[in-house]
Design a protein around this ligand. Sequence first.
Ligand code: SGN
Ligand code: CA
Length: 526
Amino acid sequence: MKNLMLLLLLPVALAGCTAKKNTDTRPNIVFILSDDHAYQAISAYGYPIGQLAPTPNIDRLAKEGILFDRMFVANSLCGPSRASIITGKFSHKNGFKRNGDRFDPDQPTFPKMLHAAGYQTAVVGKWHLASLPQGFDYWCILPGQGHYYNPDFIKQNGDTVRMHGYVTDLITDMALDWLKKRDPDKPFLLMYQHKAPHREWLPSEKYLDLYHHVKFPLPATLFDNHEGMGTAAREAEMLISENMGLSNDNKIDPKIVTATGHKPFLKWYFNAYYNNLGRMTPEQRAHWDKVFKPVNEAFLANPPSGDSLTKWKYQRYMEDYLACIRSVDDNVGRVLDYLKETGLDKNTIVVYTSDQGFYMGEHGWFDKRFMYEESFRTPLLIRYPGMVKAGSRNSDLVQNIDFTPTFLELAGLNIPEDIQGRSIVPLLKGLHPQNWRHALYYHYYEFPGIHMAKRHYGIRTARYTLIHFYNDIDEWELYDLEKDPYEMHNVINDPEYQSIKIQLNHQLDSLIKTYQDPLEKTVVKK
Ligand code: SGN
Ligand code: CA
């Protein structure tokens, strides 16, 4: 009798299981974040660098989804960007203004909210928020910036372990392992966050000399003396010519750097070279030396100087930076293939973005921080077949504070009132709402500090950028991006732009009010 009952109930129980599987149709989210990945270096964006160093897998997201042309960050630096991404708030609200701050992990974040709503959540790779992740079923993160070769990882039990291999491959292995192990009946959020292509650009063994035979065209503004800009640009320490390290960045042995009459710009540059190479196994090191010995010998035999040295450094920079990206692209391909093979691609939102943009020699620079276009803007590509038309492109103003509300809406959750970003779901649907924002706010704080980019805040509209540099100076800059896309001419004092300036100032005031930025009242009037 009992057995009969069980048999009778079995179909009901099975139906229950199937029903459970099918009812939770909320989309999965794969959030891919790279570090310092310039949009100029993604071929789908169409810039020359991307054509010479293609990114076919990242491009798949553009082909099968949407590419955003005007995606910006709230504060162009790693930790602050990550804090804005997970909270949907500007730095002054989430409390993380500069690298070195500690993210208060008790505050609300979108991973926590998704987790509470039944999502399975994981983060692997770079985290860089000083505190440990909260709201994740699984996490495994790099301590701080992390390393390229045989990197350490902090595991959930608190142990730090060194893993053998190349950082980009290892992070992907972890992401795929977790995808395979997760409960297939629940929707998931995977934050898959690369260290690459962050300085100091160590390519994988496979790609050590991938681009050594490609000649990269010089950016038009490589020798910009910043005369048309302002004091902040002139005093920043992010010049390829002066501040990029021949040893740590360009992979020349410190002994050869010294022998050719050079000094490291910062003392730790030599140590960084030794530390990075010191992590390699003898086999990895032998492979490295095979490629870089001839580069070193050629440098010693015929040391470039002056502008030739800058050009040489630029070429070396491109070779390594882009080779790091090639590994990111391969690994993104592995994840996209897995989603496809398992059929997960249909109901999974895949986002590719970076924590900020990066200077590829524009204004003579590397690094970021500034509100000048190439570091303020960052790539954004999204694939979501159920909602996004393949091959679309969007030029509305979007910002990294928009991720949180977007993911909440896509998961069917309410967006808390204090979130400062806006859901881009309408844009994903191909709409252009009339009341979409016409201007973005920006605020950068890390000064004094490495690269010496002065503190500033400002406003960006579709056409203009107005910036106020404050703290140790009090200078305003205005750029007309339509007439001056390279931002070489600050027109703040140009009579033609006075009415624009007044209008932008009003808009800026209103953004400051809306976002409740107390502004640090440390402006020194000259
Ligand atoms: C390190 C880098 C800097 C970089 C900051 C912030 N030097 O200090 O060049 O600006 O990180 O980068 S390094 O040679 O030690 O890498 S961020 O992406 O983490 O904000
Ligand atoms: Ca970064």
